[in-house]
Design a protein around this ligand. Structure first.
Ligand code: SF4
Length: 343
């Protein structure tokens, strides 16, 4: 795994997206789906930051908001190196920054235009960003196909002529075409067979070493995230509830939700299988999240105050951040905020 140099390349603060619900008189409704509800994170150079949680926790929306594929709510702040706040830019102003931040999509079947050849799919970004044309463009496309382990001679084939794993390699080549610094990988292996998943993960790690890329790796599979990530952020109902190095999250998880997620990971070694506690109940509706700690209705360690006080993400030491009243730094910060709101 590549060593990160610790320099921040992307800073996200107060990232928020509340989708208004249609309904009520004249289609107006005051209800909103709080898909992403105040996410703060930092991505470092050459780092893979895993973003995990159950489906519906907001991790995919967070990735799309960072890339401006969905416009974040006012107050959100996204900075690439010393850029202005990307959340406030128009599509035209965003263009140079978009080149630095690309995405690999989950579904290698629907994310490629079936009417375009592989060469046109990969070359499109080169044309849009005016990076190459004519023979230089085709040379670059073939170079990219080679970099992702595909035969450059297949440049004129259509997506349906490739397997699922090969299509995801085309998606990776498309993301690499404009030489980005950051790639957001949105569940890039969850639609693939297990044997192919390992090949794509290895390819991403190899490309990270070769091109010095930084990844935000969105996934629900903790085993995959643990394999590829330097740090991991755990999301629940639109918020980060725990963030730390891979070792902190996997060897010393502090949030009850993270602990339950880890216990649900299948353990291949029978001698290491302990008594497993299961994560019970469904994720509550993001339209009307529970009071206090949003996790309290499902938390086996909940105390009466958990239904009242909303825990704040606080540093418990060495960059390990937790939002849980069982943790001291979080409790002190949350109680102070709660007392301020009450007075
Ligand atoms: Fe559980 Fe309370 Fe911690 Fe929330 S704050 S995770 S309910 S112990």
């Amino acid at each position: 795994m590549t060593e990160t140099n610790g320099q921040p390349i992307l800073r996200v603060s107060h990232l928020k997206k509340h989708f208004p619900l249609k309904g009520g008189l004249f289609g107006r409704s005051k209800l909103t789906v709080k898909a992403v509800d105040g996410v703060d994170l930092e991505l470092r150079e050459h780092e893979t930051l895993g973003l995990v949680g159950e489906s519906g926790c907001g991790k995919t929306t967070a990735g799309r908001l960072i890339l401006q594929l969905i416009k974040p709510d006012p107050g959100s702040d996204i900075r690439h190196r010393n850029s202005p706040n990307l959340a406030t830019l128009s599509p035209r102003q965003m263009l140079p920054y978009r080149r630095q931040m690309q995405m690999i999509f989950q579904d290698p079947y629907s994310s490629l235009n079936p009417r375009m050849t592989v060469g046109s799919i990969i070359g499109e970004a080169l044309t849009i960003h005016r990076l190459a044309k004519g023979q230089a463009k085709w040379d670059r496309v073939q170079e990219l196909l080679k970099a992702v382990g595909l035969n450059p001679a297949h440049v004129k084939r259509f997506p349906h002529e490739f397997s699922g794993g090969q299509r995801q390699r085309i998606g990776v080549a498309r993301a690499l075409a404009v030489e980005p610094e950051i790639i957001i990988c949105d569940e890039p292996v969850s639609a693939l067979d297990v044997s192919i998943q390992a090949q794509i993960i290895n390819l991403l790690q190899e490309l990270q070493n070769r091109f010095g890329l930084s990844f935000i790796f969105v996934a629900h599979d903790l085993a995959v995230v643990g394999h590829i990530s330097h740090r991991v952020a755990v999301m629940y109902l639109g918020r980060i509830v725990e963030l730390g190095s891979k070792e902190q999250i996997f060897e010393d998880p502090k949030h009850p939700y993270t602990r339950l997620l880890l216990q649900a990971v299948p353990q291949p070694d029978p001698s290491k299988r302990g008594k497993r506690k299961l994560l019970e109940g469904d994720v509550p509706s993001p339209v009307n999240p529970p009071s206090g700690c949003h996790f309290h209705p499902r938390c086996p360690e909940a105390k009466p105050e958990c239904a009242q006080i909303d825990p704040v993400l606080a540093d418990e030491g060495a960059g390990h951040q937790v939002a849980c009243l069982l943790c001291q730094a979080s409790r002190e910060k949350s109680e102070a905020r709660f007392a301020g709101a009450e007075s």
